[in-house]
Every structure is written in C-alpha cells, then in structure tokens.
Design a protein around this ligand. Structure first.
Ligand code: BJW
Length: 250
C-alpha cells in the first residue's frame, strides 16, 4: 500500500497514475455533493421533495408542464451559482497539470469542474447555466426571465429550455465521440461519484477496461458495478482525490 495525505491506496494504482501518459476521468453528481449540491438520486428536500428528478428530466415532462420543469431548473441553477468547487474538483484540475494528457468527462451540468480550472473537459449532459430554444436549438447564456415561465425565445417565440440532456435525448455527438476515444486510449480510468446507472456514460469504464486500461472507482458507497475487476476506493471524492494525487506526485 502507498500513502497520500494519510490515506492508503494500492501501490499498483499509485504507480499506474504516476506512469500513465493518458488518464481519463468520469465524474458524476457525487463529486459535487461536498459543494452542497444534492446528487441526482438522493432524496430531494424542501419544495421539490415530492417530485422525482427522473420524472422531471424528460422531454415529456417539459411538454406536459413546462412551467414546473423550468422552475425546478431555475431553483437548481440558483444552488449551482452559489456553490463553490470543492477539494475533489480542485484535485482533478491539479492532476491535469501533472499527467501528460488528462481528459475529464463529466455527467454534471453544474460547471464546477470548469470553475475549478479543468480545461480538457467534456460535459456530456450539458450545462444548467445555459438555455436553448426548444424549437430551433439556439443557445443563450443570458435571457430575460419576465413574467412567464418558461420565457420565450427572442427570435421565434418558442419556449426556452435548459441546455441539458434529458432521458431519451441524444448526447452531443462530438462530446460522446471524444469521451469514447479518451476511454479507449487511456492507460488509467477513474470513475468518481457516479451510480453508473445512466447510459451511455455508464459504459465508459467498461470500454476503458476492455481496451486494457486499469480502472479505479471512487464512491461513497461500495463501488457500484465494479464486479471485482476494478480498484474500489470507498470514501468521499473530496478527500480521496487530493490524497491520491498526493500519493502519486507529492
Ligand atoms: C459520492 C459522494 C461523495 C455521493 N464522494 N461519491 C441502455 C440500456 C437501458 C437504457 C438506456 C440504454 N441507453 C440509453 C438508455 C436510456 C437512458 C438510460 O440510461 N436510462 C437508465 C436510467 C436505464 N439514457 C438516455 O436516455 C440518454 N440518451 C441516450 O442514450 O440517447 C439514445 C437513446 C435514447 C433512448 C433509448 C436508447 C438510446 C440520455 C441520458 C441523459 C441523463 N440526463 C440526466 C439529467 C441531466 C440534466 C439534469 O441534471 O437535470 O443526467 S439524468 C441524471 O443521471 C443526470 C446525471 O448526470 C445522470 C447520472 O447520475 P449520477 O451522476 O451518477 O448521479 P447519482 O445521483 O445517480 O449518483 C451519485 C453517486 O455519487 C452515488 O453512487 C453516491 O454513492 C455517490 N456519492 N456523495 C463520492 N462525496
């Protein structure tokens, strides 16, 4: 075992991180939990406790009740704007400067990796701080809230919607292609803070493993779907990621 910041890691994993020329990292909602953003499958609190996120993050929900879905995203946008990157985000940004090529693939829509300084970043599920026209797809980074929810596209008058990927929708093709290439090409793949339930992102660790990469999973709970083939590191990403970087590079 090797140690970093008081945490012990398998020596082979630390050596693999130190030696790797290409590292790919997949993150999920767990990496932002320590920034105070609830994970997707946590019980929701307060105003939104009676709604299931799975039922709101769909095109059908938006068609049925655009005002409700818009307000849910507006509430979440407020939480994200007030949140700060945590030591897990910062460790991944630091790691990008320590390995020859690091590709950070995130399912999160909160922008915290970018705000932490990560640059080679693939946002698979979009960005909650942007909206787009639900009819013609034009993306807006600023818009008038007005009295109506959702507001209307200034160009065509259709409803604006969050610029995120809902269930049943295609992921951005170029982002998905880049993520697949990074998973196939890396020597080490880290999967951090994701339940691994949502496809196609959930397949990325398997793609990397099948292509010969070492795969490590960091999760608060016993690593989901690691099937004994992966290094399973149980704990908070905000503690384990800085400790892993320290173990390999301090
Ligand atoms: C910590 C921690 C700490 C806590 N430290 N850890 C193949 C088979 C079956 C179904 C499908 C399939 N291919 C496609 C589908 C359909 C569907 C799908 O996957 N369904 C499954 C539920 C079965 N996928 C899609 O529809 C995708 N589109 C697609 O594939 O198009 C083609 C197609 C369509 C239809 C059929 C077939 C093909 C689109 C998926 C879009 C997902 N969008 C969302 C919403 C984004 C906007 C928003 O935020 O509102 O993305 S859903 C939601 O889940 C969100 C997340 O990014 C995503 C993943 O969740 P994540 O990040 O894993 O969060 P949690 O909460 O689940 O887990 C958190 C984890 O962290 C837990 O494990 C904790 O233990 C851990 N944790 N604190 C470390 N401090």
């Amino acid at each position: 075992m090797s140690e970093g910041a008081g945490v012990r890691f398998p020596t082979e994993l630390v050596a693999a991180l130190r030696a790797a020329r290409r590292v790919a990292v997949l993150t999920g909602a767990g990496v932002s939990a320590e920034s105070g953003i609830s994970t997707f499958r946590d019980a929701q609190t307060g105003l939104w406790a009676r709604y299931s996120p799975e039922e709101l993050a769909t095109p059908e929900a938006f068609r049925r009740n655009p005002g409700l879905v818009w307000e849910w995203y507006a509430w979440r946008r407020g939480l994200v704007t007030a949140a700060q990157p945590n030591p897990g985000h910062l460790a991944l940004a630091q790691l990008e400067g320590l390995v020859p090529q690091l590709t950070l693939i995130t399912q999160n829509v909160d922008g915290l990796h970018r705000r932490a300084g990560s640059r080679n970043l693939i946002e698979l599920h979009g960005d909650i701080t942007r909206v787009r026209c639900s009819a013609e797809g034009t993306v807006y980074t600023a818009w008038e809230e007005g009295s109506e929810a959702p507001p209307r596209c200034p160009a065509c008058g259709a409803h604006l919607r969050p610029d995120v990927v809902w269930f049943g929708e295609q992921l951005p093709a170029e982002a998905l292609e880049r993520a697949w290439m990074a998973a196939r090409a890396c020597e080490l793949f880290l999967s951090v803070g994701t339940s691994g339930l949502v496809e196609p992102a959930a397949s990325l660790p398997r793609v990397a493993y099948a292509a010969g990469a070492r795969v490590a999973v960091i999760n608060l709970e016993v690593a989901p779907s690691s099937e004994g083939r992966y290094d399973a590191l149980q704990g908070r990403s905000g503690e384990l990621l800085p400790a892993l970087v320290a173990a390999a590079f301090a």
